[in-house]
Design a protein around this ligand. Structure first.
Ligand SMILES: Cc1cc2nc3c(=O)[nH]c(=O)nc-3n(C[C@H](O)[C@H](O)[C@H](O)COP(=O)(O)O)c2cc1C
Length: 175
């Protein structure tokens, strides 16, 4: 981390997220997304497709009929986690998610097998499936962040909490 200021740390977080969208070997390529179900929390790995720093939004692709989409419909609260070993940086974020229609042009470019995932049995249903093929359920999952918690295992460890509510100025907190 080159800039040890609060703002520098927030910039570093967004730089790593940006790297995740562009570099498939970067750890931010695969955040863990937590959702809430009526029975408690659930977690899964997703591919980070895009970020919008101005809107504090992260974009993923998913199946509109997947359990996570139902969780978000029931309760939009989400959390995200990324651990970047080389930077010794843990990124935790909270916010809300929504499901939006996927881009048909993008869907058309997916490999056949990837397309099949969006028209066959819905994720989590028992196989072999009796269900017929459906129209593509290709969707965007958009997470709007309201809070970022960054922990660096520098010497000494440093941790900061950034919140949309205080215009992302952030404050140092005990690690
Ligand atoms: C490396 C990796 C990348 C994944 N990327 C995605 C993804 O971009 N979108 C997605 O919906 N599921 C992705 N999955 C599958 C999810 O982790 C999960 O198994 C699936 O979406 C069903 O989740 P749900 O039951 O919580 O809806 C990925 C899994 C792995 C291991």
């Amino acid at each position: 981390m080159s800039d040890p200021s609060l703002n520098g740390l927030l910039e570093t977080v967004w730089q790593h997220l940006a790297r995740g969208t562009a570099d498939r070997h970067h750890p931010a390529r695969h955040p863990t997304l937590a959702t809430l179900t009526p029975d408690g929390p659930d977690l899964r790995t997703l591919v980070l497709r895009a970020i919008d720093r101005a809107e504090n939004t992260l974009e993923f692709h998913t199946d509109a009929a997947s359990p996570k989409a139902a969780h978000i419909a029931g309760n939009p609260a989400i959390a995200l986690h990324v651990w970047v070993p080389k930077a010794r940086l843990q990124i935790r974020a909270r916010g809300t998610a929504r499901i939006a229609q996927g881009d048909p042009a993008l869907f058309a470019q997916l490999p056949e097998q990837a397309q099949a995932n969006y028209t066959g049995p819905t994720p989590g249903t028992p196989l072999p499936a009796k269900a017929a093929q459906t129209a593509p359920r290709f969707a965007r999952l958009l997470c709007t962040l309201t809070e970022i918690d960054a922990l660096t295992l520098s010497d000494p460890h440093q941790r900061a909490l950034f919140q949309a509510a205080d215009t992302w100025q952030g404050q140092w907190i005990a690690p």
